[in-house]
Design a protein around this ligand. Structure first.
Ligand SMILES: O=C(O)CCC(=O)C(=O)O
Ligand SMILES: [Fe+2]
Length: 279
């Protein structure tokens, strides 16, 4: 068994429970703001209302018949700090910026320590140029949870994801079946992303997961995605390619382009990693 688990509950992560609570609270408070206030940060820019990753809004929409997820989102780059678009950092609730700043700093320490060896490929991937996105997700109660998902099946594109959520709804696909990810009070969920699947030549997998909608309850979550330097292309480590285990993935696009492609693929109901799979 690999040392790193593909989907794990991190307990004893060392982030103060109070800070997790504050992060959940500012997330809820933000989504509870009037629509006009949230739309000051819209992810649709200019006269043509072109989609950009950062900001508030829904899915990237590519066709008239696209089925949308039952979810409202808000994306921000948090690392490196020089890439933050400060105009998109909400001013309400008033503590939002400070709490996100403190939460993401603590989360980064956790991501750096989450079972990654201190030396070697995975550790150097989270270098000073690596980009962290935070996505706040809000799933309102849904009248027809049998017809729509909160978040369609996907895998995350980065090295790993740290997820904070206090309500059930997340499921992971294993051996062709969906399994509920239990809600463990105070825990964070850490899952691997496509970068690790490619670098490990498929020894480790980027787990497919989804969020089901609920008629009774709304849900919010905070996902921090640790991706590599946007200029970096990723490929299987040579030492993991052999005659018995042939190379399974092509080199990816530059990470920055891969992230965008991932969202486009999601809108089409596809997976970005399938485009680089060789077998
Ligand atoms: O809301 C969740 O629990 C999961 C969200 C998720 O998978 C994501 O943001 O990539
Ligand atoms: Fe995800």
């Amino acid at each position: 068994r690999p040392l790193i688990s593909e989907f794990l509950q991190a307990v004893g992560h060392g982030i103060e429970p109070g800070l997790l609570g504050e992060m959940m609270a500012v997330t809820r408070d933000f989504f509870n703001l009037p629509l006009e206030e949230k739309q000051r940060y819209t992810n649709l820019v200019g006269d043509k209302r072109e989609y950009r990753i950062e900001g508030y809004g829904g899915d990237m929409v590519l066709s008239e018949t696209q089925v949308l997820d039952w979810c409202d989102r808000f994306y921000l780059i948090v690392d490196p700090e020089s890439r933050r678009l400060h105009d998109l950092w909400p001013t309400r609730p008033p503590s939002f910026r400070d709490v996100l700043h403190r939460y993401s700093a603590r989360c980064r320490e956790l991501a750096g320590a989450a079972g990654l060896p201190e030396e070697g490929r995975l550790a150097d991937m989270l270098d000073e140029k690596a980009v962290t996105y935070v996505r706040l997700n809000c799933y309102p109660p849904c009248p027809r949870p049998d017809r729509v998902l909160g978040f369609r099946p996907h895998s995350d594109g980065g090295v790993l994801t740290v997820l904070l959520a206090e309500t059930a709804g997340l499921q992971v696909l294993r051996d062709g079946e969906w399994h509920d990810v239990p809600v463990v009070p105070g825990a964070l969920v850490v899952n691997l992303g496509d970068v690790v699947e490619v670098v490990s030549n498929g020894v480790l997998r980027s787990p497919v997961h989804r969020v089901v909608a609920s008629a009774e309850r709304g849900r919010v979550s905070v996902a921090a995605f640790y991706t590599v330097d946007p200029e970096r292309e990723v490929e299987p480590a040579p030492e993991l390619v052999s005659e018995e285990r042939p190379r399974r993935y092509e080199k990816t696009k530059k990470s920055g382009d891969y992230v965008r492609e991932l969202l486009e693929s999601l809108a089409r109901g596809e997976r970005a990693i399938d485009k680089v799979k060789l077998v």
